[in-house]
Ligand binder design. Structure first.
Ligand code: BGC
Length: 807
C-alpha cells in the first residue's frame, strides 16, 4: 500500500466516508489530513460539469464546453491518433473546469442496433473500440487527470438497465464484451473504471468477483479505482469486497454505516477497506497535482476547430452514383430538411454537452461556396405529417440541379435510458423523400443519427453522406465534404443490415423481465453476417472516397503484414486499410474473419505508400473455456487486407504454432455455433455452450417485490396503491407522448419506470433512506397502513439523527 501511514491516522468512520460521494459529483474530503474532494463529471464527448442543480439525465444546464462528435462518429475515423488528440482537448477542458475524473469513454459493444446508447459507444468490434478508447484515454490522462472507461461490462440495453441479468458464456464474454476494456486498461492505462448497472451471470457487475477480481485485478493487474454507475450500488459491502472503491452519488452516509457495521460484525475485513482507501487516495493525489498550478481557460475557437477536424475525418460517404459528389461549382442546390436549420449533433441523457458554439448548415452555406437556391424544412422534426411543408419543398426542388436533403433521427429517439423501437427513419421524412424524387431525382441525402438505420429508400438517393452525430462543428464539416474541400475518409464502425429482422440478437433483445440471453454468442455484427452469409446493406468497415485506392504486394511475416496502397484517383485522400484474420481449421468454431489491426494513411493522388500492420497478442488468440486461458490453435491462418470487411483486396496464409491446449468444445453439441447461424439458437444448445442451465427469465409474480425489483413491476404488486401508481405512470407516459412531449415522456421511462426500488434510497441523497424504503415496500406489497406508519417513523428517526449530528 502506498499510503499506509496516512491510512493509519484515519478513523474507521473517515475511511468508510471516502467510499461514497459527498454529493452528486464530488467525493468526500478530510480536511485534517489534507485529503481533498475530487470532482467527477460526464463525459464522454465533452465536459458536462453542472455548477448548480445536479442530475444524471442531462436535465439541468452545465457549464459550456466543446461538444465533440460522439464516440459512434469518431470511431468511423479509424484513427487512434485522432482519438488521442480529442482526448487531449477534452483533458484540457476538464482541467480548466477543475474536473479530476472525466466519465468516459464509453466502450460497450453494439450488440443490437436498437440499443439506446449506441450513439455513445464506438463499435460492434472490440478491437476497434478498444484502440479508439485507449487513444482517447491517453489524451485525457496526459493532463494528469483521470479518464473513466465505462460501463464495465456487458451493458448493452437500456430497458431495465439497472436490474437486467445478462446471461453470456465465458468465451463470448472474453472475446467480445471484455476485449475493448482489456485494451483500454492495458494500453490506455485508465485510472478509473465505471462498473455497469446490470448484472452479469447472476451478480451485479460491481459485486461480481469473477469480473472485478479474477479478471480486472488478477489477470489485467488493474490497480486503479472502480466507481459505480450513478445509483448502481446494490449491496455496498459486497461491492467493496469485490474491489469497488467508490459508490456514487452520495447516500448521505447511509452506506458508510453499512461498511462500518460489516467490519464490526466480521463480514468485511478492514484490510479490504484499507486497500480500497489506498487506491482511492492515489487517484485523488495524482489527479489533484495539476490543480496546484493556476488554471488557464481553454481557447474555444481552437477547440471548436478540432471538433470540426474530427467530424471531417469521421463522416462516411455511403453512396455516390454518377459521382454526384463533390458538388460541382455553380450547381444550383435546394437545401431541404429540418436538420439543416437546426443541427442534430449529439444524443440525449447524461452525455449531453452545453456547446460553446453551435453551427447549423444554413449559417455555414455561404462560406462553403455551395450555390443554394433556397431552403425548406420539408418535415416536422418530431414526426408529425405536414403536407404543406412537403409541397413547398417540392416547389423549391423543381428549380434545383441537386436536392440536398437533411434527414435523420430526432434527439428524443436516441436517448440514454431507452432503446429505439425500430430501425426506421420517421415516415414523414420518407414521404417527403418520395415526393421530392417524383419532382427531381438528383438527390443527395445527409443523414444525422448515432446508430444504424434501415434504408429501404436507398434507391431514391444518388448520394448519401452519413454525418452521424458530428458535434458542434458538424454542420460545417459536412458542407466541406459536400463541396469537396475535404475528401471523405470515414468508414463504418458498425454493420448496416438490410432489415432489423436480420440482426443476430433479433430474438433476444432486449431482455424484458429478469434476464437477457446472449444466445448468438461471439457472432455479433459482421462476425455474424459474414459467417452466416447474410447480405447486408453496408458492411462493417465500408466507406467511399472521392478517389480510389489500389492494394498490392502483400508480404506476410511472423509478426506483421506489409503491403502497398496506391491512390489511383484524382484527389489526395486517406484510406483505412483493415487487417482481418480467419482460421482455416474447423476444430473450434470462429467467425469467418475478425478485425485484428488497421491503419489510416494519407496518400497524394498518383502516389503509393508501403504500409505495415504489426501483429499483436490478439492476432491469433481465442479464449479456451477448458483451460480458462487465452490460447492459440495450431493451424493455418488467412491474413486478409480489406478496404472493408467484405472487400478483401489481398490475402495470404500463415502457419501458427499452437499452445497445445485441449479442444474446448464437442462439435456435435453446438451445430449452430459451428455453422455461424446463431440468430435463433435453441435454449438447449445455448445451455450446452454456457455449461449450465439458464436462469428463469420471467418474474416470479407470486413473490413480494423487493429492493431490486423495478417500479414497472408494480403492475402485479399485491398493494392496490402500487398498482394504481403503476397505471398512473403508464398513463402519464402515454399521454405525454400523445401530446408530443416525447422528451418528458422519456424521462418517466429513464428515471421512474425502469428504476429498481433501491434507487429511491440510492439516488435521493439522503431524502429517503433504506429503512424508509422498507416501509414503501410494505405499502407496495399490500400493507398500506403498516408501511405508511413505518415510513413516517423511520423518517422522524432519520431527521432526529441528522439534527443530533448538526449540534
Ligand atoms: C450513466 C453514466 C453517467 C452517470 C453520471 C448514469 O446514468 O449511465 O454513463 O456517467 O449517469 O451522469
Amino acid at each position: 500500500m502506498k499510503y499506509k501511514d496516512l491510512i493509519k491516522k484515519m478513523t474507521l468512520e473517515e475511511k468508510a466516508s471516502l467510499m461514497s460521494g459527498k454529493d452528486f459529483w464530488q467525493t468526500m474530503d478530510i480536511e485534517r489530513l489534507g485529503i481533498k474532494n475530487m470532482f467527477l463529471a460526464d463525459g464522454p464527448h465533452g465536459i458536462r460539469k453542472q455548477a448548480e442543480a445536479a442530475d444524471h439525465l442531462g436535465l439541468n444546464a452545465s457549464i459550456p464546453a466543446t461538444c465533440f462528435p460522439t464516440a459512434a462518429t469518431v470511431a468511423n475515423s479509424w484513427n487512434e491518433e485522432l482519438g488521442e488528440i480529442i482526448g487531449d482537448y477534452l483533458g484540457k477542458e476538464a482541467v480548466a473546469q477543475k474536473v479530476n475524473v472525466l466519465l468516459g469513454p464509453g466502450i460497450n459493444m453494439k450488440r443490437n442496433p436498437l440499443a439506446g446508447r449506441n450513439f455513445e459507444y464506438f463499435s460492434e468490434d472490440p478491437y476497434l473500440a478498444g484502440k479508439m478508447a485507449a487513444g482517447m484515454i491517453r489524451g485525457i490522462q496526459s493532463h494528469g487527470i483521470s479518464a473513466c472507461v465505462k460501463h464495465f461490462a456487458v451493458n448493452n440495453q437500456e430497458e431495465r438497465r439497472m436490474s437486467i441479468d445478462t446471461v453470456v458464456d465465458e468465451r463470448t464474454l472474453r472475446e467480445i464484451y471484455l476485449t475493448a476494456f482489456e485494451i483500454a486498461i492495458k494500453e490506455g492505462k485508465t485510472k478509473t473504471v465505471m462498473s455497469a448497472y446490470n448484472m452479469l451471470n447472476g451478480a451485479y457487475t460491481n459485486e461480481n468477483i469473477h469480473l472485478m477480481r479474477e479478471i480486472l485485478r488478477d489477470e489485467w493487474k488493474y490497480d486503479g479505482v472502480v466507481v459505480t454507475d450513478w445509483g448502481g450500488s446494490n449491496d455496498r459491502v459486497a461491492g467493496l469486497i469485490a474491489g469497488n472503491e467508490l459508490e456514487m452519488p452520495t447516500t448521505a452516509g447511509e452506506t458508510n454505516q453499512e461498511i462500518i457495521q460489516a467490519i464490526k460484525s466480521g463480514r468485511l475485513k478492514e484490510e479490504i477497506l484499507d486497500e480500497c482507501v489506498d487506491r482511492l487516495l492515489d487517484l485523488m493525489f495524482v489527479t489533484e497535482e495539476v490543480f496546484e498550478n493556476p488554471q488557464k481557460d481553454f481557447n474555444r475557437k481552437e477547440h471548436h476547430q478540432i471538433a470540426q477536424k474530427t467530424a471531417e475525418e469521421s463522416i462516411v460517404l455511403l453512396k455516390n452514383e454518377d459521382n454526384i459528389l463533390p458538388l460541382k461549382k455553380g450547381t444550383k442546390v435546394a437545401v431541404i430538411g429540418d436538420f439543416a436549420q437546426s443541427a442534430r449533433y449529439q444524443g440525449a441523457g447524461s452525455s449531453i454537452v452545453n456547446p460553446t458554439i453551435l453551427e447549423h448548415t444554413l449559417e455555414c452555406l455561404e462560406e462553403s461556396e455551395i450555390t443554394s437556391i433556397g431552403f425548406e424544412p420539408g418535415f416536422e422534426r418530431y414526426g408529425k405529417r405536414n403536407q404543406k411543408k412537403i409541397d413547398r419543398a417540392c416547389a423549391l426542388a423543381k428549380d434545383a440541379d441537386v436536392i440536398l436533403i437533411y434527414i435523420g433521427l430526432d434527439e428524443a429517439t436516441e436517448a440514454e435510458g431507452l432503446d429505439r423501437q425500430s430501425m426506421k427513419i420517421p415516415d414523414n421524412q420518407m414521404e417527403l423523400l418520395d415526393a421530392l424524387y417524383n419532382v427531381n431525382s438528383n438527390i443527395v441525402a445527409v443523414l444525422s443519427c448515432g446508430a444504424a438505420v434501415e434504408m429501404p429508400w436507398i434507391n431514391k438517393v444518388k448520394g448519401l453522406l452519413h454525418g452521424y452525430l458530428a458535434g458542434q462543428a458538424g454542420a460545417r464539416a459536412i458542407l466541406r465534404v459536400l463541396s469537396g474541400d475535404v475528401n471523405p475518409s470515414g468508414k463504418l464502425a458498425e454493420t448496416y443490415p438490410l432489415r432489423y429482422e436480420d440482426t443476430p440478437s433479433y430474438y433476444n433483445f432486449p431482455g424484458k423481465e429478469v434476464s437477457v440471453e446472449y444466445r448468438e454468442g461471439i457472432y455479433i455484427g459482421y462476425r455474424y453476417y459474414d459467417s452466416a452469409n447474410v447480405n447486408v446493406l453496408f458492411p462493417f468497415g465500408y466507406g467511399l472516397s472521392y478517389t480510389s485506392f489500389e492494394y498490392s504486394d502483400i508480404q506476410v511475416a511472423q509478426d506483421r503484414v506489409t503491403f502497398t496502397i496506391k491512390n489511383t484517383g484524382k484527389f489526395d485522400g486517406m484510406e483505412v486499410a483493415q487487417l482481418y484474420v480467419g482460421c482455416k481449421s474447423q476444430e473450434i468454431f470462429r467467425p469467418k474473419k475478425e478485425l485484428k489491426g488497421f491503419t489510416k494513411v494519407f496518400i497524394r493522388a498518383g502516389e503509393a505508400k508501403t504500409v505495415t500492420i504489426p501483429f499483436d497478442d490478439k492476432t491469433f488468440r481465442y479464449f479456451n473455456v477448458k483451460t480458462n486461458k487465452w490460447e492459440i490453435e495450431e493451424a493455418d491462418y488467412q491474413i486478409m487486407i480489406g478496404a472493408s470487411s467484405t472487400d478483401i483486396r489481398l490475402a495470404d496464409a500463415l502457419f501458427q504454432e499452437g499452445t497445445g491446449a485441449p479442444l474446448p468444445y464437442d462439435k456435435a453439441n453446438l451445430p449452430s455455433y459451428y455453422s455461424g447461424k446463431t440468430n435463433n439458437v435453441s435454449v438447449e444448445e445455448f445451455e450446452k455452450l454456457l455449461g449450465h442451465k439458464v436462469p428463469v427469465s420471467k418474474w416470479d409474480r407470486t413473490k413480494p417485490l423487493g429492493y431490486n425489483d423495478t417500479i414497472a413491476q408494480c403492475q402485479y404488486a399485491k398493494g392496490g396503491f402500487a398498482r394504481f401508481a403503476f397505471h398512473l405512470i403508464h398513463f402519464a407516459h402515454w399521454f405525454l407522448r400523445k401530446i408530443g412531449k416525447r422528451s418528458t415522456a422519456n424521462l418517466i421511462m429513464m428515471s421512474i419506470y425502469h428504476m429498481p426500488f433501491r434507487g429511491i434510497a440510492r439516488m435521493t441523497g439522503g431524502v429517503v433512506n433504506m429503512p424508509m424504503l422498507d416501509g414503501i415496500l410494505m405499502v407496495v406489497n399490500g400493507h398500506f397502513f403498516k408501511g405508511l406508519s413505518h415510513v413516517l417513523k423511520e423518517r422522524s428517526k432519520m431527521l432526529r439523527v441528522a439534527k443530533a449530528k448538526q449540534q
